[in-house]
Design a protein around this ligand. Structure first.
Ligand code: PXL
Length: 279
């Protein structure tokens, strides 16, 4: 059985970060260990104000030391939302401690969306996240996050050449296999792209564009992608499965969006995810 450790916050209500990663990666038949980096009453995305935030940064080195004493090994390490600059540094140390010749690291550089940083994030935080990306085998930014990581203006008007330039520049940051989510060249479809710098090849995967932003889809995508690579799927197959499942989840959410505006109805789609893994 494969074993992944995912390092991100618990937003107690709101269906993102650990409350998405843990069920999804587990459903893929992978043992999922967690390091909760913070406990929030809800996520910080639009619709919620007044949320609590309990920082757990100082627990992480102790968890790491205990796990080292147990000799724990992981097939993959996957980070999502991190709450402070210090936390990014500690996660970077954790990568050093638990990296082996045969495991891989996925960094979802959660920074923002629609051209804006999420609440509480600064340029200094972006700089620290850029350094963490250097240690990753795969990074999974959206166009907003890629633009902040590269220090370039955000645009929604781009073509394939622009996407490929962004992916090459992300690889130049030091990550051999960057992805880009939320890619769309027209109004009809939306998907993701990946760049394998070792073979200098790109791959794309698209589904119907629902033209609706649903919170937590980035976490769904990154969780499925991490699990699929851990299970030995190729880059292009892992990309296809992640795009397809994220598409399924948005499709399932739209009819009940008025009640579940804060998150994505991924639960009813988990059965389909399992079938994608055997295809
Ligand atoms: O979905 C990413 C995410 C994770 N965790 C928290 C967030 C967000 C995005 O807003 O606020 C706490």
């Amino acid at each position: 059985m494969k074993r992944v450790v995912t390092i991100q916050d618990i937003s107690c209500f709101g269906k993102c970060s650990l409350t998405v990663a843990l069920p999804i990666i587990s459903a893929m038949g992978i043992e999922t260990a967690v390091i909760p980096t913070a406990v929030l009453s809800t996520h910080t995305g639009s619709g919620f104000t007044g949320y609590t935030f309990r920082d757990l940064t100082s627990d992480i080195p102790d968890i790491s030391r205990h796990w080292q004493s147990l000799g724990l090994k992981f097939d993959a390490m996957y980070t999502g939302y991190l709450g402070s600059i210090e936390q990014v540094q500690i996660v970077s140390d954790l990568f050093d401690t638990f990296s082996t010749d045969s495991n891989f690291r996925v960094v979802d550089p959660v920074l923002g969306d629609a051209g804006k940083l999420y609440a509480g994030f600064t340029q200094n935080f972006v700089r620290q996240m850029r350094r963490l990306c250097r240690k990753a085998d795969y990074i999974i930014p959206n166009m907003t996050e890629a633009s902040f990581l590269l220090g370039i203006p955000y645009t929604e008007d781009y073509d394939r050449a622009y996407v490929e330039d962004i992916l090459r520049r992300l690889a130049d940051l030091g990550c051999p296999t960057p992805l880009l989510t939320g890619v769309h060249f027209d109004d009809k479809s939306q998907g993701a792209a990946a760049y394998n710098s070792a073979s200098d090849t790109f791959c794309y995967s698209f589904g119907t564009n629902f033209d609706r932003t649903v919170h937590g889809t980035g976490d769904i995508f990154a969780s499925v992608f991490t699990g699929a690579i851990a299970l030995g799927k190729s880059l292009s197959r892992a990309l296809d499965i992640s795009v397809q499942f994220t598409h399924d989840c948005i499709e399932a959410t739209i009819p009940v969006f008025d009640q579940t505006w804060y998150g994505t109805c991924f639960e009813s789609c988990l059965g389909k995810l399992i079938t994608y893994l055997s295809e």
